[in-house]
Design a protein around this ligand. Structure first.
Ligand code: PLP
Length: 389
C-alpha cells in the first residue's frame, strides 16, 4: 500500500512516543508520574458542562453545525467581545473570526490556505512540533529560526538571512511560548509586523496560553499591535484557560483574506464544530473568566514549588519562564536532554520532555508541566531530589 511521501517527512509525534513509554512502564507495574504532557487535570467549569447538556438535548443541534465553515455567528460574536474586553482588540465577527476545533487545527488550515508546495515557512527552534508537521503536510519547507535564553527566547528577526526571508511566505510564532514559557512584548510584535510587511510574509501567531502569565505580566494579543491585521492571524483556544482540552474548540482571528482562506479549507475538510460545543464555548467565554482567576494561583503555587526544589538542587543560572504551564529548565552541565530525561525516568520514574524533541536549539533543556495534582507533583519532586542527590 502506498503511503504519501509527505507523511514520511513527519517525525513521530513526541507525545505519542511519550505516551507509549508511560503505558509500557505502567504495564510493567512501575508507578510512573508524567510531567511530560500539558493537559489540566482540574475539571471544565460547571456552566460549560450544563450548557453542553442543555443544548445537546435539542434535536436542532444534532444536524450539521450552523454556518459550517465559519462557526455559528453567536460564538464568533462572543469571541470578538472577549478579544475586545481582554486585549482591547476590535474584530468584525463576520469577516475576522473563525471557529476552530482547537488551535492545533488552525495551524494546519493556516498553512494549507497560504503556502504552495516548496515554499519556505519560518518557525522557531525550539517550537511546538505540530507546526513542522503542518508545513510538511502542505509540502512546504520549514526554516528554523533559533530562539535562545540570551534574547529571552524571542527570535532575532534581523538575523534571518534576507534570501531566506525573501523566500518565506509564512511564519509561525507562539508567545507565551511552548516549550520555553517565554512571553513577548508589544515592541517585539511591532518588529514582527514591520518584518512581515517588508518581506510579504503571512504571520500566524498561535496564542493558546494568552491567559496563563505570571508575575504581573499582562495577557497580550499580537492583534493589538498596529498593522497586525494587515499581515496575519492569531489563533486562540478554550483548551487551556477553561480546562477544555478534550472539547476541541478554539478560534482564529485577524486578516479577513486569511480567515476566508482558512474557512475555505475548513469547509472542505471537517464541516465545523458540533453546535452544542459552540454553545458551551459561549458559556465559557461569558461566564467562566473566574476559572482563569482560580487556575492562575494554582499554577503559580506549583511553579514556585518546582523552582524552589531545583534551586535547592543547585539550579540558579536561568531566568524563570513568565508564562504557560510549562517550565523550561537547563539540564545539568554537559548532560544531553535525552540522557537527563532517561535518568529521570529510570531513577525517579518521572517523565519529562527532553528539550531536543522541540528542535536543535532545545538541546540542553528539559520541559516539565504544572498540570498534575499537587500531591503528585510533590511526590515527583521528592523522587527527583532523591535521584539527583
Ligand atoms: C503552542 C500550542 N499550540 C496549540 C496547541 C493545541 O491547542 P488546542 O487544544 O487548542 O488544539 C498546543 C497544545 O499543547 C500548544 O502548546
Amino acid at each position: 500500500m502506498q503511503i504519501a511521501n509527505r507523511l514520511n517527512r513527519i517525525p513521530p509525534y513526541l507525545f505519542i512516543e511519550l505516551r507509549n513509554k508511560i503505558n509500557q512502564a505502567i504495564a510493567d507495574g512501575i508507578d510512573v508520574i508524567s510531567l511530560g504532557i500539558g493537559d489540566p487535570v482540574e475539571p471544565t467549569p460547571q456552566p460549560v458542562i450544563d450548557e453542553l447538556c442543555r443544548t445537546a438535548a435539542d434535536p436542532a443541534n444534532h444536524r450539521y453545525p450552523t454556518d459550517e465553515e465559519k462557526g455559528m455567528f453567536a460564538f464568533r460574536k462572543e469571541v470578538a467581545d472577549w478579544y475586545a474586553n481582554r486585549y482591547n482588540v476590535e474584530l468584525d465577527p463576520e469577516e475576522e473570526v473563525l471557529g476552530l476545533i482547537g488551535s492545533k487545527e488552525g495551524c494546519h488550515h493556516f498553512i494549507l490556505a497560504v503556502v504552495n508546495p516548496g515554499e519556505t515557512v519560518l518557525m522557531t527552534d525550539p517550537g511546538y512540533p505540530a507546526y513542522r508537521a503542518s508545513i510538511f503536510m502542505a509540502d512546504g519547507e520549514p526554516h528554523n529560526v533559533p530562539i535562545t535564553g540570551d534574547h529571552g527566547f524571542l527570535p532575532q528577526l534581523a538575523e534571518i538571512p534576507s534570501e531566506v526571508a525573501k523566500r518565506a511566505t509564512a511564519m509561525f510564532l507562539n508567545y507565551p511560548n511552548n516549550p520555553t514559557g517565554a512571553t513577548a512584548t508589544p515592541e517585539f510584535f511591532a518588529e514582527v509586523v514591520e518584518f512581515a510587511k517588508a518581506y510579504d510574509i503571512a504571520v500566524c501567531h498561535d496564542n493558546p496560553y494568552s491567559e496563563i502569565v505570571f508575575e504581573g505580566e499582562t495577557p497580550l494579543s499580537f492583534l493589538s499591535t498596529p498593522g497586525a491585521k494587515e499581515v496575519g492571524v492569531e489563533l486562540n483556544s478554550l483548551s487551556k484557560p477553561f480546562n477544555m482540552t478534550g472539547w476541541r474548540i478554539g478560534m482564529a482571528m485577524g486578516n479577513p483574506e486569511l480567515i476566508a482562506g482558512m474557512a475555505k479549507v475548513k469547509g472542505n475538510t471537517d464541516s465545523g464544530i458540533f453546535n452544542a460545543i459552540q454553545y458551551a464555548g459561549i458559556a465559557a467565554l461569558t461566564k467562566c473568566q473566574n476559572n482563569i482567576e482560580k487556575m492562575l494561583p494554582i499554577y503559580t503555587h506549583r511553579r514556585e514549588r518546582v523552582l524552589n526544589t531545583f534551586k535547592e538542587l543547585g539550579w540558579d543560572h536561568y531566568d524563570a519562564p513568565k508564562g504557560t504551564f510549562y517550565l523550561w529548565l537547563p539540564t545539568p552541565d554537559g548532560m544531553s536532554s535525552v540522557d537527563f530525561a532517561t535518568l529521570m525516568f529510570e531513577k525517579a520514574a518521572v517523565v519529562i520532555a527532553p528539550g531536543a524533541s522541540y528542535g536543535e536549539y532545545g538541546e540542553g533543556y528539559f520541559r516539565m508541566v504544572l498540570t498534575v495534582p499537587d500531591k503528585q507533583l510533590d511526590e515527583a519532586l521528592n523522587r527527583i531530589k532523591k535521584a539527583l542527590s
